[in-house]
Design a protein around this ligand. Sequence first.
Ligand code: GSH
Length: 201
Amino acid sequence: MRLIGTYASPFVRRVGVTLHLYGIPFDHAPLQTGPDRDSITALNPLGRIPALVLDDGSAIFDSGAILDFLDEQAGDRALTPRIGPDRRRVLALTALAHGTAEKYVAAWYETAMRPETHVWQPWLDRLEAQIVQGLAALDAALTGDYLACNRLTQADITAICAYDGVAIDKPHLAGPAGFPKLRALRDRLWRHDAFRLTAPE
Ligand SMILES: N[C@@H](CCC(=O)N[C@@H](CS)C(=O)NCC(=O)O)C(=O)O
């Protein structure tokens, strides 16, 4: 299978980390939504990354649907529990982390896609406040080594992909002093190849 999209995208990266952790062999095509728009649109009519191209040529998108497919392959090793309160907690925290990533990507587009004179500052301020609120809530939820279930789950992966994206693109929002528990989790997870091999380009 082939993973489409640059690891600069937190959505692509969480899929890449998950593929590595499950030990599923894959190729990576680090396409970008600007220059590679046509190739991406041929796989996903929305022109968005990630897409996962299966060996039969079909493509799955978006990252949530891809992770659902990969969890099916992983069976008992799935990084999202199958049922019960543990599943609900992992899904809730994963949604919080995914939403934080959506806000930072929206903030990136607000400045990257518009001429400077057309950036709407109140909207950008709101997005940045939402990013900080998301990271603060994740930091507060970290009462043990991991966000849920006393083990690595999809909530941790998505949280660190969101955190790293913010730390790279908007360091003023994610300074080391700001979210110390998230930062510590990030430092521990970066010891895994799965995180190092998917470092945002
Ligand atoms: N909900 C989607 C979000 C995907 C997404 O927004 N990807 C961005 C890159 S970070 C993208 O492809 N943007 C191009 C566009 O929307 O035109 C997912 O989780 O896969």
